[in-house]
Design a protein around this ligand. Sequence first.
Ligand code: PA5
Length: 445
Amino acid sequence: MLDVKLFQMETFLSEPYEDSLAPLLKSAHERLQDGSGLGGDFTGWVHLPRDYDKEEFARIKAAAAKIQGNSQALVVIGIGGSYLGARGVIDCLCSPNYNLKKKSTPNVYFMGNGLSADAMQEVLDLLEGVDFSVNVISKSGTTTEPAVAFRFFRAELEKRYGKEGARERIFATTDKARGALKSLATAEGWETFVVPDEVGGRYSVLTAVGLLPIAVAGVDIGALMGGAAEMMDLCAAKPSYECPAWRYAAARTALYRAGKPIEVLACYDPAFRFMLEWWKQLYGESEGKDGKGLFPASVEFTADLHSMGQYMQDGTRNIFETVVRLGASEHQLYVPRDEDDGDGLNFLAGKPMDFIRDRAMEGTLLAHTEGGVPNLIVEAGGKDARSLGQLIYFFEYACGLSGYLLEVNPFDQPGVEAYKKNMFALLGKPGYEERKAELEAKLNK
Ligand code: PA5
């Protein structure tokens, strides 16, 4: 089971914080459990790992099998919470090189998460002569980036397979009743999956939003949900410091209050890169509001020890580090012996790569701690679906707790809405005429 360790925390937090934060955590926990806190309408994810729609879950598996059967590629179109979870899980469990591997499952291309014409053209080119399907994901159904991308890929599907054929290859994940995407899907007869009303984008990886693409890539989504359910049960049953989410939320809150407003999440496995991105969105969008919140940053070690490592060791002392440890690698590789030993590396000959990595981890932990960077360690167990399910729920629950400790609404994103509205106005969307004139005047256009 996932665990959280605090390394020499007393060096940085001389005042005990557990007792004073415990009543606040208890209250935050109760508000998450019964949905009575700020943004309580969006706490559907709290009980989701058990309460999920079983009929839809079976449909997700059937759709994944259909896509695996008739497509060599799946284009997943979405942004933010409608993108990062699936990408994080697929990279982590199937490899960042998933699309390059020999496999029996389709390639997965993530589109609609930016506005680069070159990125779009590249994927359109890669799909030449390749049978593909599309999973378009947008809770609101109105977000510009995925809507624009979907136009291109839908047109390509309809050109190749005709409207009828395309209907078999388009899967829309959106609100159950509202939004342009829902209306379009109903009118066109595409199969749809639901982003539940009470689950916000960044908490939605364990709904169809994440599960369909993840299942297409061949991941056991039952095991993923099972792991999340284990962590959900633990968080519900142990409203105390026995719960790892309590330990993490309390320590990061105490560090924030003690002048460490930047949290750097680190991992020693490049396959975790997009889980880091998922975490940054989860925490950044949930906490950064009302002039408050920790700034979530990430590093990929050991690569970033040779870039950000300098800053972390020696720069402004306003950061702390949380290291996710994924346990033993799947492959054990041993350093080869070289008779000449020209590189002087024979002292490592016969040692597994994991041994070297673990010493790098320990050396960095000690160096950074001595350099004034507090370290929290999340022992995630392994790089498997069940452990990742635990980790996802752990971070979500701790995020809800932390948001309530900060006294913000961890489930809205007014800042994101502000940019979306400005973009609509500047693009000349009907209904935004007044705002457009105002913005253009500011831009001196
Ligand atoms: O977490 C969130 O709510 C946001 O990041 C959304 O996921 C993101 O803006 C995409 O929105 P939508 O799914 O409505 O297209």
